[in-house]
Design a protein around this ligand. Structure first.
Ligand code: HEM
Length: 457
């Protein structure tokens, strides 16, 4: 405890010194302002109070890159993401429809089992997490990692879950990079501890795969993301000739980190907002029960006819973008923007949460009103409408938008069709705690707990 206090005091002192130095630099820059600089305004805060998400870097890029900054890992991630884009274009997504549906069915079954007594409130987030984790496990390894028969899968799940928790933890070193080497909160040390077994397990899966596919490519119909990474051949210039096992391990871990928490957090917020707004919940369940006939289950083909369901997902992403500052970007060159000078290497964080709540763009921005997305000429999240970019935009945009836009409505719609949801203690929905917990992902601070009552049983 004393060490933590001491660390905090040192941080504050170093921070004060840096701020004074930075202010002096800005002052001198203002005095020597060159063409394009706005002489009257000081630069926007970069890498200061808005650097909260940088803790992700420590994990997403693999511990081996920690001290070197963003540049080297971005190369790996970019190649990995590109491989993902090749692996998962819209056409191929159809081939995985069965896998998605199976993972969602299992989630519904897990909820049924957990709610067997009928009165116990369940931790809804946990079930979304299991579903998204198993889904990515299937897309990457073609394995049900959470199958009770898969011992390695269970171990992989425990360590990855821990790593994700560490990713979400605010890290003082992200505010003050000078402190990175001291690892005051032990985040780096703990992350390394959990990454070792994760890499051992993925290494084992890779070896297993190389043995089974020795002498040829995996058959097209059974190719998963690991096959794509193993078969990748780059030009040796901008891309590597092939991926080393370290790069493959890192990229796979990145997929789990990037895909699981974002999906889970969005679904938990969607359920929280629906329970907080019972009329919206009723309206959505009515839409679902008209389109999907009694005793049928929700299928992807139904989603096209469920505009309100899609609007609920969009409204959730507007109010609660799971990555509120996207993933940190870095200016490759100096540039001038809106009258401000951005020096080369500046870390840029885009505050999509603030954009989604800007009263100049959105009417009654703090209200959960999916109806706003039913209007003609509505905005979409594909990166062209800058007032709504929960997946980012441009080259570094999330490569999994087509996947997420299928999974999110299917997962939410399925559990709303299968169950009616109530609070265990008859709590007034207006009294629900809707506060956020700041981290790399913007989770709900208090876990959502609700009772699932099987519908029509
Ligand atoms: C609700 C669902 C999701 C949301 C809101 C979301 C959002 C984002 C955002 C904002 C970024 C950073 C974009 C930027 O900085 O400009 C990103 C990157 C990324 N996402 Fe997603 N994501 C979601 C689901 C997924 C899933 C399911 C996967 C994988 C299976 C995935 C894989 C990735 C990867 C690999 C990157 C890094 C891309 C790069 O560095 O070039 N995401 N995502």
């Amino acid at each position: 405890m004393d060490y933590q206090l001491l660390g905090l005091v040192i941080c504050l002192l170093v921070w004060a010194v840096l701020v004074i130095r930075k202010e002096r630099c800005h002052e001198s820059a203002r005095r020597h302002a060159s063409v394009g600089h706005k002489k009257t305004a000081s630069p926007p805060p970069c890498g200061g109070a808005t650097s909260v998400t940088a803790g992700a870097k420590a994990v997403a890029v693999g511990g081996q890159h920690l001290p070197t900054g963003l540049a080297p890992p971005r190369v790996i991630c970019e190649a990995g993401s590109r491989a993902w884009t090749h692996h998962d274009p819209v056409a191929r997504l159809d081939a995985y429809r069965g896998v998605r549906s199976r993972c969602i069915d299992r989630m519904v079954q897990f909820i049924k089992d957990a709610s067997a007594s009928g009165t116990v409130a369940i931790d809804v987030r946990r079930f979304f997490f299991l579903m998204s984790f198993n889904l990515i496990g299937n897309l990457v390894f073609s394995k049900d990692l959470l199958d009770p028969n898969s011992e390695k899968g269970g171990e992989f799940f425990c360590h990855t879950e821990k790593i994700m928790e560490l990713v979400a933890k605010p890290n003082v070193a992200d505010f003050l990079p000078i402190l990175r080497r001291f690892d005051l909160q032990g985040i780096k040390r703990e992350t390394h501890f959990h990454m070792k077994p994760v890499f051992e397990i993925t290494g084992g899966f890779i070896r297993e795969r190389m043995e089974t596919t020795a002498g040829g490519c995996a058959e097209e119909k059974s190719r998963d993301y690991m096959d794509v990474l193993l078969e990748f051949r780059g030009d040796g210039a901008e891309q590597p000739l092939s991926f080393s096992s370290t790069s493959i391990n890192t990229t796979i871990l990145e997929m789990f980190i990037a895909g699981t928490d974002t999906t889970t957090t969005t679904l938990e917020w969607a359920m929280a907002e629906l329970l907080h707004n019972p009329r919206t919940l009723q309206k959505l369940q009515a839409e679902l029960r008209i389109v999907v006939k009694l005793n049928q289950k929700l299928e992807e083909k139904h989603v096209e006819n469920l505009p309100y369901l899609k609007a609920v997902i969009k409204e959730t992403l507007r109010l609660h973008p799971p990555l509120p500052f996207l993933v940190p970007h870095r200016a490759m060159d100096s540039c001038d923007m809106l009258g401000y000078h951005i020096p080369k290497e500046t870390q840029i964080l885009v505050n999509v949460r603030a954009i989604g709540r800007d009263p100049q763009i959105w009417e009654t921005p703090l209200e959960f009103k999916p109806e706003r997305f039913l209007k003609p000429n509505i905005v979409d999240y594909k990166g062209h409408h800058f007032e709504f970019i929960p997946f980012g935009s441009g080259r570094r945009m999330c490569p999994a938008v087509p996947l997420a836009s299928r999974v999110l409505p299917m997962a939410l719609g399925s559990i709303l069709l299968a169950f009616d949801w109530i609070f265990a203690d008859k709590m007034d929905p207006l009294e629900m705690d809707m506060s956020e917990q700041m981290g790399i992902t913007l989770r709900k601070a208090i876990l959502l707990k609700a009772v699932a009552i099987p519908h029509n049983e």
